[in-house]
Ligand binder design. Structure first.
Ligand code: MG
Length: 388
């Protein structure tokens, strides 16, 4: 049983701290060799000390001097995007866990692939914006891309033995909790407050992703991710609402059989599977008690009342830079909602307007084209919000 030497990009966020729990739980299988955080330097210092990590990166260098004083003198401190790239390609690592929010993870991810590291990807933006490039370069290098998001990790598990056989799969079915407004009438959605949107029924996560779960944009981004991760056409990526978050997703095969992956709602499950794949390793995580659970509930998503799903399918079917623009417009709109500048439905109304005005391009592997259209969509979203 080999031990994986893992670099964690985004170690102080919710995925990063769960990954460190996994490292504590199965130290015989996971060693942390590099850590990067955005700006939480005290937490980063504490993590580096606990795990004896000798290479760390603070993306925002504002508090680099303070961090330097907290670290042992033989610990190397890097900063900025160059620092992330250096960690992502470091000799001592064989896997990079990318859990950075936003586009900052894109360059380090591609460099990690070039240097032959396996990837565990938790950042949605990377696969949504550049899924085609990431998957084709990874395939060319013979590198495994292991999804960490609970839904994609579930599908990855259900596809074991059938990877690379897209013709056998009739549907990938992502489960969605439905968010806190699952049962709200459409009219009431206009009055949703920030506080209400930040209360997720089953998962504890960061602000942006919690709001994305409430609008179902999170599921929309996951539909696009799934399309690239598993090479399944967008038309065959489907969603079912399952408020308990016990079934993490399913695969329907062409013979009508469905396979599902179940576990309690703890990100340590998918993170551990990504790290130990293809093996299964004992751990201290909480087991499901199906008898106690008694029933599993499913319902159809409200496609019309939560337009994020339809917008995602449209962006995924269009392809090219459209998914990047879908993601960028949503980011700007979510920020505007957090700042109280637009109401809750203003998030999807903004994205809808941006997509309608967009001229998506085929980027042919060029990140610069993706980033240009991403920037255009951000400006256009800001303009749409300003003119409300
Ligand atoms: Mg998810």
């Amino acid at each position: 049983m080999n031990k994986r030497r893992v670099v964690i990009l985004g170690s102080t966020g919710s995925i990063g701290t769960s990954a460190l729990k996994v490292a504590r739980d199965i130290p015989e299988r996971m060693e942390v060799v590099g850590l990067a955080a955005h700006s939480s330097y005290k937490a980063l210092a504490a993590q580096a000390m606990e795990f004896g990590v000798k290479q760390v990166c603070l993306f925002d260098s504002t508090h680099a001097a303070e961090l330097r004083r907290l670290l042992p003198s033989d610990t190397r401190l890097l900063t900025g995007l160059d620092g992330l790239c250096e960690l992502a390609t470091m000799e001592a690592a064989d896997m990079v866990l990318v859990s950075i929010i936003g586009t900052a993870g894109l360059k380090p991810t591609l460099e990690a692939i070039e240097s032959g590291k396996d990837l565990a990807i938790a950042s949605k933006e990377i696969l949504v914006m550049a899924g085609e490039v990431v998957m084709s370069r990874a395939a060319a290098k013979g590198i495994q891309v292991l999804p960490v998001d609970s839904e994609h990790n579930a599908i990855f598990q259900c596809l074991q033995g059938h990877h690379g056989c897209p013709e056998e799969v009739s549907r990938l079915i992502l489960t969605a909790s439905g968010g806190p407004f699952r049962q709200w009438p459409k009219e009431k959605l206009a009055d949703v407050t920030l506080e209400q949107a930040l209360k997720h029924p089953t998962w504890q996560m960061g602000r942006k992703i919690t709001i994305d779960s409430a609008t179902l944009f999170n599921k929309g981004l996951e539909m696009i991710e799934a399309r690239w991760l598993f090479g399944i056409p967008m038309e065959r990526v489907d969603v079912i609402v399952h408020p308990q978050s016990i079934v993490h997703s399913l695969v329907e095969y062409r013979d009508g059989s469905m396979l599902a992956q179940l576990s309690s709602s703890d990100m340590c499950f998918p993170i551990q599977y990504a790290v130990t794949w293809p093996d299964r390793t004992p751990n201290s995580l909480q087991r499901l008690d199906l008898a106690k659970l008694a029933s599993l509930h499913f319902e159809a998503p409200r496609w019309d009342d939560f337009p994020a799903l339809g917008l995602a399918r449209r962006a995924g079917l269009t392809g090219g830079t459209m998914p990047a623009m879908f993601n960028a417009a949503n980011e700007v709109a979510v920020q505007a909602f957090i700042e109280g500048r637009i109401p809750f439905p203003g998030i999807w109304q903004t994205v809808e307007k941006v997509l309608s005005a967009a001229s998506p391009r085929d980027y042919q592997g060029l990140l610069s084209v993706i980033l240009e259209d991403d920037a255009w969509a951000r400006e256009e979203a800001a303009r749409v919000i300003g003119s409300r």
